[in-house]
Design a protein around this ligand. Structure first.
Ligand code: ZN
Length: 204
């Protein structure tokens, strides 16, 4: 029979990068908090799914407020000629924080593992292709693929390029990568403003 500590640590195990030992430390950390903290935490978790929606165009999470498309996708100030393909929401936040990029985004939602040839279920590849098709009619000139410089990231880069190849060829859209301002294996989400600036300026 599992006790409550086991049950809750099993739930934390599903978090990215969290292992057996850390998940149990989370539970013990919660046990040491007062009731007010616990109530506020569970209340906020409950509200999360109700108040945050996934944008139907770029697939990032945003405070919904009744809309199904995020402000970046709908704003007339967004540069329609650029589309930045990133792995996850935290990459979006890093680039937006840098205030250096004004174009559209697309959150791929993961990376393609090297062992598997093509896995449309691991990333939103079909969604990306239809988004590119849509934006191609709307002034899209360049797609910047900004995935991490790891073997998995590069594998995904190839997969994305192959998948969008027919549509970009047909519409004369350029496909580029961020410049190598990054050291091998470094992640967009941990990059500072200067690194992101260099990477955007030196894209090729
Ligand atoms: Zn959006």
């Amino acid at each position: 029979m599992k006790d409550d500590i086991d049950r809750l640590s099993k739930l934390f195990l599903e978090f990215p990068g969290i292992g057996e030992r850390q998940s149990r430390r989370f539970v013990y950390a919660l046990l040491s908090k007062n009731q007010e903290y616990i109530d506020s935490l569970s209340e906020n978790i409950k509200k999360l799914k109700q108040r945050i929606a996934q944008c139907r165009s770029c697939y990032r999470y945003f405070p919904a407020d009744g809309y199904d498309e995020c402000p970046e996708c709908t704003s007339p100030e967004t540069d329609k000629s650029l589309l930045l393909v990133i792995e996850k929401d935290s990459d979006f936040e890093a680039v937006r924080r840098s205030k250096l990029y004004k174009g559209h985004y697309f959150v791929l939602g993961g990376l393609v593992p090297i062992v598997e040839k093509s896995t449309p279920d691991k990333v939103r590849i079909n969604e990306l292709v239809s988004q590119v098709k849509k934006q191609a009619q709307n002034g899209l000139k360049e797609i910047i693929i900004a995935l991490s410089l790891t073997p998995q990231g590069e594998n995904t880069d190839r997969y994305v390029r192959e998948s969008i190849e027919p549509i970009v060829a047909q519409n004369g859209i350029k496909v580029s990568n961020l410049g190598r301002g990054f050291s091998t294996g470094s992640e967009l989400e941990y990059s500072d403003q200067d690194t992101i600036k260099n990477a955007l300026e030196n894209r090729k």
